[in-house]
Design a protein. Structure first.
Length: 174
């Protein structure tokens, strides 16, 4: 089994977001060669060589076939949770990702596209909600009154959401 990503990186800020999430048009997907075509290729090779993918959000490098599909990242280096913050309310609080419904809606729209695209692939081992989710991120911080219960509720809600889309694969936190 190898780990792969449904997100990627080209640096920081808007132009650095995942090649699978465009900056214009609020979480639009890049279906081209620098976007989902690249992930399609990794999934195809994994199927061909009977490699199981655990999907997570670290950039794909060259022709390496990885095997975990993560759906977002705690760290802004790879687009990550703060991307959703920047596309909605633009606060300095990382924990808003777990509680602000418009942000959750954007995340779920992205998750829907990725899970529906690959749920029947024999290469998928599991879906990872996020890489290293936590209350603090970089450069943003936790809202002063945030609680662990908010994070736990998000884990539970998003796991249940993914299971409605794909009941046949495991979902993990990351």
């Amino acid at each position: 089994m190898r780990r792969t990503t449904s997100t990627g990186s080209t640096g920081r800020a808007c132009e650095s977001l995942s090649p699978y999430q465009g900056c214009a048009d609020r979480c639009s997907l890049n279906y081209g060669p620098s976007g989902l075509e690249r992930l399609d290729k990794a999934v195809k090779y994994a199927e061909q060589y009977d490699v199981k993918l655990y999907v997570f959000s670290i950039p794909l490098v060259g022709a390496d076939v990885c095997s975990i599909l993560t759906l977002t990242n705690n760290w802004d280096d790879y687009g990550g949770m703060d991307y959703y913050n920047n596309q909605t309310i633009m606060t300095n609080y990382h924990t808003d990702f777990y509680t602000y419904q418009p942000m959750i809606d954007l995340y779920e729209a992205y998750v829907y596209e990725i899970v529906m695209r690959y749920r029947n692939s024999s290469a998928i081992f599991a879906w990872e909600l996020a890489n290293e989710p936590r209350s603090n991120g970089y450069p943003t911080i936790a809202r002063p009154n945030s609680t662990t219960a908010e994070l736990t509720k998000w884990f539970s809600d998003e796991s249940a959401y993914i299971k409605t889309l794909d009941p046949n694969h495991m979902v993990c936190i990351g």
